[in-house]
Design a protein around this ligand. Structure first.
Ligand SMILES: Cc1ncc(COP(=O)(O)O)c(C=O)c1O
Length: 460
């Protein structure tokens, strides 16, 4: 915490921030910036010394929790040994990490490293496109994704994103990106049981592929659970069914594990809840638990074969980034995976995730809580103005509940600026090192904050 002697420094930081920092997503504000200064375990502390339980793991990424000194040491050691060399050659941390990620993925994959999730998805689209061209199917260029899903901020990743409020200011975006309905057990299934609903969703994917022309469709991209778009739970069997459709029509299945990967849902990767091996897996965030920027696009080894034709000098993947697979980030990722395995963070997420989901059930006491859902240490609370017709609660009201949580020392998230009128889901994704007491406390604070909001709303 900054003391009195440092008061001038504090004012300088606030002034610089207000004047010069362009913040992600947050609307322009004249108010005092919220400056986080230090962090330990599941808690962060701001410059005024206020402590908060960070139930969002930063931006869904600090899976191993804050203050893991061994990750800092891994970065330091690598910087001293060899701070940088590009992956057009190779280096030890990238080679080792590619091997370890193959173990985690449970298949034979070739890894292309990048810096963040958007880039991992951009890379996946380019690989899919070139793969088809070099496999004698040059018309296959279209990418299908789901409304409400987020796949990144860069041009093609944003085009694949199904959130109109994130997109319209930048349109037209690259062509050839199509969207289908998101699977959503709360709003989408009607009277169907889960299997029938999964079949209906897969049928829609297949219909779009056929209508577009099979020979023009390159890939289908999906998160195992739509996370930032509102923690939308798919019906059981969804991934198996859509994977079968993709296989039937030669469409590559890209699974975006940027949030669901690295233990978040109680498995190493979210797709591992099903019996499916995706063609391409994209990952970022939790790969280093947020301690250093890194992403990877994992491509099934058979697909890589299309890029290695010795007789064709143009067959290779003509793509490079300066910092992708940075040795320091790869060293941190390797240490992060060691930590995950030693502390059994994935099975811990499954076990403590069950407690979290159970504890949150008490929120149904309030009529404005329409649905409580999630898997592992990923949860969503969908607010409604009317439980019967599921009319969404306003984004302002959801923001107010979140503000009450923060006033009590709890940071939770929300699906802001996604799809008009559906920015009504509160999100919870704490570090996987969270313990029982803190999980119960999160549920209690949510309970109290929602209760307070309901009371005040009734008073008018
Ligand atoms: C599912 C998903 N994919 C891709 C991205 C983009 O990742 P990044 O912000 O690292 O570019 C995100 C970011 O939140 C994400 O949630």
């Amino acid at each position: 915490m900054i003391d009195e002697r440092q008061g001038g420094l504090r004012q300088e930081i606030f002034a610089n921030d207000r004047r010069h920092v362009w913040h992600a997503l947050a609307p322009h504000q004249d108010g005092q910036p919220w400056v986080v200064e230090s962090a330990q375990g599941v808690r962060v502390t701001d410059m005024d010394g206020n402590e908060y339980l960070d139930a969002m793991s930063g931006l869904w990424c600090v899976n191993a929790g804050y203050g893991q000194e061994r990750l800092a040491r891994a970065a330091y050691d690598q910087m001293v040994r060899m701070p940088y060399y590009p992956l057009s050659a190779s280096h030890i941390p990238a080679a080792q990490l590619a091997g370890r990620l193959n173990e985690w993925l449970g298949g034979e994959y070739r890894l292309f490293f990048g810096n963040g999730g958007s880039e991992a998805n951009e890379t996946a689209f380019k690989i899919a496109r070139q793969y088809h061209v070099q496999s004698g199917q040059p018309l296959r260029h279209k990418v299908i994704s789901r409304y409400r899903a987020y796949h990144g901020a860069t041009a093609a990743a944003l085009a694949a994103t199904g959130q109109n409020q994130r997109k319209y200011a930048y349109e037209p975006l690259p062509q050839g990106f199509l969207h289908i309905q998101p699977p959503d057990l709360y709003r989408g299934r009607g009277d169907l049981d889960e299997q029938a609903y999964a079949g209906q969703c897969a049928d829609e994917l297949e219909r779009v592929i056929l209508w577009e022309g099979v020979e023009t469709v390159s890939a289908f991209i999906m998160e195992p659970i739509i996370t930032g778009g509102g923690v939308l739970m798919p019906p059981a069997g969804y991934l198996d069914r859509v994977a079968a459709v993709c296989r039937r029509h030669g469409v590559l299945l890209i699974v975006d594990e940027v949030i669901c990967g690295f233990g978040r849902t109680g498995k190493r990767f979210g797709f591992q809840h099903n019996d499916v091996l995706p063609d391409i897996v994209t990952m970022a965030k939790g790969i280093t638990s947020g301690y250093a920027p890194l992403s990877a696009t994992a491509v099934r080894a058979e697909l890589y074969g299309a890029f290695t034709d010795a007789a064709d000098p143009q067959a290779h993947f003509r793509h490079v980034n300066t910092f992708g697979g940075h040795p320091v980030s790869c060293a941190v990722a390797l240490e992060n995976l060691d930590l995950f395995e030693e502390q059994e963070l994935v099975s811990r997420a499954a076990e403590y995730g069950e407690l979290l989901q159970r504890e949150l059930q008490s929120l149904y006491e309030y009529d404005i809580v329409g649905d409580v859902r999630g898997r592992g240490l990923l949860a969503g609370v969908e607010f409604v103005a009317d439980r019967a017709d599921k009319r969404p609660l306003s984004a302002d009201a959801v923001r107010a509940v979140i503000g009450r949580c923060k006033a009590r020392g709890l940071i939770v998230g929300r699906n802001g600026d996604t799809v008009a009128d559906l920015n009504n889901v509160l999100a919870i994704a704490p570090p996987l090192v969270i313990g029982e007491r803190d999980i119960r406390w999160i549920a209690q604070v949510l309970h109290d904050s929602i209760g307070e909001h309901v009371q005040e709303a009734a008073r008018g």
